[in-house]
Unconditional design. Structure first.
Length: 352
């Protein structure tokens, strides 16, 4: 699937947002799309702060390398949790760094930015996102719901009367939505996603092996051997952590079957969110989904067998998007490129 599914769109909206940005402000990663240039930035949503001077010492990739490895006075933090801003000042500093990295200082008045947010956030949380983007130097901010952006980026025909369904499993949230005629017909926003899967692995390793590991190690283990559905060839991996009893480093081996059991609870929660959304879907649109299938996007789409597990549980074909990691930013970028045709899917952001 490709963005060309949005056939018939002209570039007139590009004049309105000439040279400006689209932003996928994710719990795990932030991606920035520049009009006419494509995706220009993809970095971890991490900020390292010197607590003695209250200054930012690193952002993005460099800051992520510091997680779990810093001296006492350096604190590496993820300023977004569960899809919303947990630390406003750090988020604004992070976004200011990312915007300058993409546009430099060429834009005197600052770029206009379309930014996506989870569909289930409160008006207060949405305002915090908008204000942080303004604080980063934007002169105008527009907001788009994450499942709508993901659907557009995956090439789904969201402006047509037929139904489309998207499941976007990110770092902090899972967004499930049925879309038609440019709007969201039914949706569920679940604050359980990739981070919750990592925490489940951390808890399992601590409980069953008496070993303390960090979420970064858990994420690496998830990528190496994690699965949501039985795999043809079971995998094994070594994991290193600190022994709870002795405080000394220790290695243990863990298999993919055991790891699948460890992450069962968050996977079940995602399955139930999909079921709940389908239960609220009008019958005529539900029939379209059986024919067209459901599209899976986000980093969670890369978890082995997640699409097979969902398809097994709900009985509807589940397909992984062509570029699952980029679907949200590509969809937001499409709005930037074709604003006049797609402006009904955004709302104006508020500022202080």
């Amino acid at each position: 699937m490709a963005i060309t599914a949005l056939s018939g769109l002209s570039l007139r909206g590009g004049d309105w947002l000439g040279g400006d940005l689209a932003m996928d402000l994710g719990t795990a990663n932030t991606l920035v799309y520049a009009r006419g240039r494509g995706v220009m930035l993809n970095e971890p949503s991490v900020v390292a702060i010197d607590t003695r001077t209250d200054t930012v010492v690193a952002v993005g990739i460099e800051a992520k390398r510091m997680i779990g490895r810093t001296p006492d006075h350096i604190k590496a933090v993820r300023p977004l949790r569960d899809g919303v801003i947990a630390d406003y000042d750090s988020t604004a500093e992070m976004l200011r760094y990312f915007v300058r990295k993409v546009v430099g200082r060429r834009s005197f008045s600052g770029p206009r930015i379309v930014v996506c947010v989870p569909s289930g956030i409160t008006s207060v949380e949405q305002r915090a996102v908008s204000e942080s983007v303004y604080a980063a130097g934007a002169r105008r901010v527009h907001i788009i719901a994450e499942p709508m952006a993901a659907a557009i980026g995956a090439g789904l025909p969201v402006n047509q009367p037929s139904g489309s369904m998207i499941i976007d499993v990110g770092g902090g949230t899972t967004e499930v939505a049925v879309l038609a005629l440019g709007g969201i017909v039914a949706s569920t926003s679940l604050r359980i996603a990739g981070d919750a899967i990592d925490r489940a692995i951390v808890d399992h390793v601590r409980t069953h092996f008496g070993l303390l590991v960090g979420e970064r190690t858990a994420e690496e283990l998830k990528i190496a051997i994690g699965s949501a559905y039985p795999v043809a060839t079971p995998l094994r991996a070594q994991i290193r952590g600190r022994d709870i009893a002795t405080g000394m480093p220790r290695d243990v081996a863990i298999g993919s079957d055991e790891l699948r059991r460890a992450i069962e609870q968050p996977i079940l929660a995602i399955v139930e969110a999909v079921r709940a959304t389908l239960d609220r879907c009008p019958p005529d649109l539900a029939g379209d989904l059986v024919t067209r299938g459901i599209v899976l996007t986000g980093g969670g789409a890369l978890l082995r067998g997640l699409n097979a597990r969902l398809q097994h549980e709900i009985g509807v074909p589940v397909l992984v998007a062509e570029r699952p990691l980029d679907s949200v930013v590509l969809g937001t970028g499409t709005v930037v490129e074709h604003f006049e045709e797609l402006q009904k899917v955004v709302v104006a952001g508020h500022r202080r």
